[in-house]
Write a new protein. Structure first.
Length: 210
């Protein structure tokens, strides 16, 4: 083995023991040369360049050549290269997922009250509740509120109400039937033509005029 160092033309490496006649040196042309023990000098040259590699290729086109893209089917594609060679590959189209469960239905909208026309005195019945009674009378009339039992289960519901419209010139007086308590504001009666008043069920057999 020879140990090398940076050398100038004409420098000679000191040979190792056992190779007293072998030297490695820079010749006058600045080339490395090797003189073996027999005195033969070999100029060390660099190897020649290798053969050029094959030309590179690129992708010129990617196209689907079969298939519809439908869920659960397979499509075939072709990749064409710049040297006109090509190869194909397949793509599986996943099936659609299952439909989600239907959403819960929306709450029912508020019902529109029915206008019930009257031309004379009237005692409330179940179908009057949560509706509007329009009274058109030339003379004063009474609108009587019976007991909860008479009005049925809806009549016994706290919060049930009736709106009374006075269409005619005759005043509509709201009166309590037997067993019914009617809560009125001070100065009642005070309704007049084209004015409304309402009654609200606030407790068992108890109604408030407002």
């Amino acid at each position: 083995m020879l140990f090398l160092k940076r050398m100038a033309n004409g420098d000679v490496l000191t040979p190792m023991a056992g190779q007293a006649d072998a030297v490695l040196f820079l010749n006058a042309s600045g080339q490395w040369a090797y003189k073996d023990q027999s005195g033969t000098v070999t100029v060390m040259t660099s190897g020649g360049g290798g053969s050029p590699g094959a030309p590179g290729v690129g992708i010129t086109n990617i196209a689907k050549i079969s298939g519809t893209g439908a869920p659960g089917t397979t499509d075939t594609y072709r990749i064409t290269l710049s040297d006109s060679s090509y190869y194909g590959f397949t793509v599986y189209n996943g099936a659609d997922g299952e439909d989600g469960a239907p959403g819960s239905g929306g709450g029912g909208g508020a019902s529109v009250p029915t206008v019930i026309p009257k031309t004379g005195a009237h005692t409330l019945i179940t179908t009057d509740l949560n509706n509007i009674i329009a009274v058109n009378s030339a003379s004063n009339v009474n609108l009587t509120i019976p007991t909860d039992a008479t009005l049925g289960s809806l009549g016994a519901t706290v919060g049930a109400s009736v709106e009374i419209l006075q269409i005619g010139a005759g005043r509509v007086d709201i009166v309590a039937g037997s067993g019914v308590t009617l809560l009125k504001w001070s100065g009642y009666p005070s309704p007049s033509q084209n004015v409304s008043q309402s009654i609200v069920h606030v407790a068992a057999n108890t109604w408030l005029v407002r």
